[in-house]
Design a protein around this ligand. Structure first.
Ligand code: IPE
Ligand code: IPE
Ligand code: MG
Length: 248
């Protein structure tokens, strides 16, 4: 039995696997720089880690996996890097689509998709349509995603319903807003993983992470394996989640 399988057995025995895991996949550029490679090769190497984390989440019995792949702020990167990332997105979708469907993964894409080029947009629409019936893992890919945008559009949707007279101001509650976020109807993340050691949220799931357990690993994203995911889950299982209450 290899190391990862031993960790998987341990986390299954421990019980209380997080239902929803969110990941800020960071450190591709530094991974490339350490090897004196151009940054896009770091992003390419990161694709293997995406496969690892999806397979690991399936094996562990996670219900929802939300991956931060490209932020709204990432549009400010050099055009060559953005082009490389968009090409990789199309390649990832073309390569993994059938396998994801076979594994019952249902893919959703969260973000401002209007900014994607036609190739990436078509690839995204196709994988969402083709995996829509999946009853296993929900895989949220956050692309051109910004949490403040997401919250603002939820507030706008509520404002429109109030203006139309379908809701009153008193109906604008936390629950009503959460129901209009792109992550609805899924539960909030229980565990947030960020790779590459950075201690910040970078405009990711600001609302939904209110009570998530945070786990930052120094591992750079291209080096991340299912073993790292299982370590993060085991650490989560050792945490004492109080939600503002006193310990039991
Ligand atoms: C994460 O790696 C991938 C994206 C943000 C698209 P980075 O490209 O941010 O890598 P670093 O942080 O520069 O090492
Ligand atoms: C966050 O990483 C976005 C993704 C992982 C897609 P960044 O590398 O863009 O974040 P900052 O700029 O270091 O905060
Ligand atoms: Mg980064």
């Amino acid at each position: 039995m290899d190391d990862a399988d031993a960790l998987l057995d341990r986390l299954r025995l421990a019980g209380g696997v997080p239902r929803h895991v969110a990941v800020i996949m960071d450190g591709n550029g530094r991974w490339a720089a350490r090897r004196h490679l151009p940054r896009p090769l770091g992003h390419q190497a990161g694709m293997a880690a995406v496969r690892e984390v999806v397979e690991g989440a399936l094996a562990a019995g996670v219900e929802v996996l939300t991956l931060f792949a490209f932020s709204r702020e990432n549009w400010q990167r050099p055009p060559e890097e953005i082009d490389a990332l968009m090409t990789l997105l199309e390649e990832y979708i073309a390569r993994e689509r059938d396998e994801l469907r076979r594994n019952g993964v249902s893919v959703r894409v969260l973000g401002d998709l209007a900014r994607l080029g036609p190739g990436a947009r078509a690839a995204v629409d196709r994988i969402v349509a083709e995996t829509a019936g999946g009853t296993g893992l929900v895989l949220n890919l956050c692309i051109s995603y910004g949490s403040r945008d997401e919250i603002a559009q939820a507030a706008r949707a509520l404002a429109e319903e109030v203006a139309a007279g379908r809701l009153g101001p008193a109906d604008v509650t936390a629950e009503a807003l959460a129901a209009r976020l792109w992550t609805a109807p899924h539960p909030d993340p229980d565990l947030l993983i960020r790779t590459s050691g950075e201690m910040r949220l970078s405009n990711f799931l600001l609302w939904q992470l209110a009570y998530a357990e945070l786990w930052v690993t120094p591992v750079l994203w291209p080096d991340f394996t299912r073993r790292d995911l299982f370590e993060g889950i085991l650490e989560f299982q050792r945490r004492d989640r109080r939600f503002g209450r006193v310990p039991a």
